[in-house]
Design a protein. Structure first.
Ligand SMILES: [Zn+2]
Ligand SMILES: [Zn+2]
Length: 321
């Protein structure tokens, strides 16, 4: 598998929000109102993820060119060390809720397993807002990915951007992909702050879920990543006009390119001097309004001297975790 294959994959880009609340839990909009809101804002798909509850019938919310996928948000307790805030684990593509009474006594891993058994994609939600340390995030390392940006956490507390948490986790070898979401609760306040651009062959739930599982997406607040590739250990980015392009690796490595005069629409980073010092590289672009887009990580296989979209979790798993 090559690195950043999504940018040469067939299909088209679909815009979607993967974390949304409605009146089924503590959201202020009905499922119908929320679906209509996203459809009219130009979204292609939406996942409804109420606390502990699933919309078992989303068919009536779908329209031509607009797909609604069922989901859930689960809150198993965090254990190490004790904290006031439970884990928030979002399940994309889950149509059946577990027993809340039982799961409240279980672990993040049980919640992740429940989501996977239902055919869903488990995402570790908003670690910055939760105040979670790397110890607590380790309980959720079996998740597929992490919310690198959560809009309602940004709007309410200024705690939306979990990029450093993502780097801490990736530096330990977590196989996490990076998602941006709204976590909409109030339809007038929360929509369109962060979303996914998913590359898929068709707008169906199986095609979108399969594309997400393959990592065929990037997260954004507005800027577009147009091309991303690694050839001979040189990582090249093409994007909408931005103020800076940042290549993140295990700290303190990586690089930033800043616009001087004209905005940047491309950049290159020769990673050869850094080989063997990082497990991953990921790219962030930041526009003149401070809005970001985040690529998924590409992982470096030191044995084969290759970059890949495959995190190879077993290869990096450390003893005792
Ligand atoms: Zn949450
Ligand atoms: Zn939520």
């Amino acid at each position: 598998m090559s690195a950043f294959a999504v940018f040469s994959a067939a299909g088209r880009w679909y815009r979607g929000n993967c974390h949304t609340h409605t009146t089924l839990s503590d959201g202020k909009g009905t499922p119908q109102e929320v679906a209509e809101l996203y459809r009219t804002r130009g979204y292609d798909f939406l996942t409804l993820t109420d606390h502990w509850k699933c919309h078992e019938e989303v068919g009536s919310l779908c329209r031509k060119g607009f797909l609604v996928i069922p989901g859930i948000e689960l809150h198993p307790p965090a254990r190490t060390p004790h904290t006031a805030v439970n884990h928030h684990i979002v399940g994309i593509g889950v149509a059946k809720a577990p027993s809340k009474a039982r799961m409240q006594k279980q672990t993040a891993r049980s919640a992740i397993r429940h989501i996977e058994r239902q055919g869903g994609i488990p995402v570790y939600a908003h670690p910055y807002w939760s105040g979670h340390s790397i110890e607590q995030m380790r309980e959720g390392r079996a998740a597929f990915g992490v919310e690198v940006f959560n809009n309602v956490c940004e709007v309410e507390r200024g705690l939306g951007d979990s990029s450093p948490h993502a780097d801490m986790a990736l530096s330990e070898g977590f196989p996490w992909r990076l998602l941006a979401v709204d976590d909409l609760h109030r339809p007038l306040r929360d929509p369109a702050g962060g979303w996914l651009q998913v590359r898929a062959p068709a707008l169906t739930a199986p095609a979108i879920l399969k594309a997400i599982r393959r990592g065929w997406f990037y997260a954004t607040q507005g800027p577009s990543i147009r091309a991303l590739s690694i050839r001979r250990h040189v990582c090249r980015v093409e994007c909408s006009p931005v103020s800076s392009i940042v290549w993140h690796m295990e700290g303190p490595f990586g690089r930033v390119a800043r616009a001087e005069g004209q905005p940047l629409t491309s950049g290159e980073f020769d990673m050869r001097p850094r080989l063997g010092r990082t497990r991953y590289v990921r790219v962030e672009i930041i526009d003149a309004h401070g809005r970001k887009a985040w690529s998924n990580p590409a992982w470096y296989d030191a044995r084969r001297r290759q970059w890949s979209d495959d995190p190879g979790p077993a290869r990096f798993r450390r003893a005792g975790r």
